[in-house]
Design a protein around this ligand. Structure first.
Ligand SMILES: NC(=O)c1ccc[n+]([C@@H]2O[C@H](COP(=O)([O-])OP(=O)(O)OC[C@H]3O[C@@H](n4cnc5c(N)ncnc54)[C@H](OP(=O)(O)O)[C@@H]3O)[C@@H](O)[C@H]2O)c1
Length: 246
């Protein structure tokens, strides 16, 4: 999805909007932070990861759910945030490659994939939705993956990654319905960034065409910006704005 030359990055958000990126040391997460920091209309970007941030941002580790609630409490005085992006995720879990066959399934790996890809982001939404503005437009995107689409699954394989992203999608959709009751202008969406060069994708993409993290960040922000105020919350979109079936 492209933006006209010279157009503001997130024109649909008020000038001085504040942003929060979780997973800010990852390839796409750090590119999102860098891109937002170039935007003169942005009033501030907080970059959260598993390490404390340079601006005093608290560390968040999905293997330690208490860290999510503690971070939200610490961030509360800096709210509201008009943009929240969760750019965390893992494909290789516990040192294991994505499963090709049923025989590869392992309880601990499945549980860990769900913990990082679904439960962590859900607890993050639980804590951070209260830091969104009550009466202004707000955008909350979680990075999912097209392979988490049940309707689009034709090749099989990658059991724990696919299933944990499908669970993430359902958690996001359910949260969107609830959040709309108090924050009707908040738009919560699941996003597929496309194939992007990153530590996550490096072991599996080989020679495939991949976007740079900077391109992916610009694409994702353009998709978020273009989401209409009505009817878009609780939907699933690819990097080019096209809808993805659940
Ligand atoms: N790259 C692709 O081609 C592609 C395709 C489809 C979907 N996606 C999705 O896009 C998102 C970002 O991926 P990426 O390519 O940027 O990968 P990446 O560079 O490996 O970044 C992954 C991020 O997840 C964070 N993370 C991992 N385990 C965590 C945990 N236990 N608690 C908190 N944070 C944790 C990492 O945090 P630290 O920085 O603290 O290590 C890192 O910021 C993921 O959701 C991925 O599934 C990527």
């Amino acid at each position: 999805m492209s933006r006209p030359e010279g157009a503001p990055l997130l024109a649909s958000l008020p000038a001085g909007y504040r942003a929060l990126v979780v997973g800010a040391r990852g390839a796409i997460g750090s590119a999102l932070v860098d891109t937002l920091r170039t935007d003169q209309r942005c009033g501030g970007v907080l970059a959260l990861s598993r390490e404390p941030g340079r601006q005093g941002e608290p560390a968040i580790d999905f293997n330690d759910p208490a860290s999510i609630a503690a971070a939200a409490l610490q961030l509360r005085p800096q709210a509201p945030f008009h943009l929240v992006v969760c750019a965390t995720g893992a494909l290789h879990v516990a040192g294991r490659a994505p499963e090709k066959r049923l025989a590869d399934l392992d309880a601990a790996t499945l549980a860990q994939a769900f913990s990082i890809n679904a439960i962590g982001p859900a607890l993050l939404i639980q804590q951070l939705h209260e830091l969104l503005p009550l009466r202004e437009r707000a955008l909350l995107g979680v990075l999912s993956a097209r392979v988490g689409s049940i309707g689009d699954n034709r090749k099989g394989g990658w059991y724990s990654y696919r299933a944990s992203k499908a669970a993430l999608n359902m958690l996001l959709r359910t949260a969107a319905i609830e959040v709309a009751r108090r924050r009707p202008l908040a738009v919560l969406v699941a996003l597929h960034p496309g194939t992007v060069a990153s530590p996550l994708s490096a072991p599996i993409i080989g020679d495939a065409d991949a976007a740079t993290p900077a391109q992916a960040a610009r694409n994702l922000l353009a998709v978020l910006d273009a989401l209409p105020a009505e009817g878009a919350s609780g939907t699933f979109h690819a990097w080019d704005g096209s809808p993805i079936p659940w």
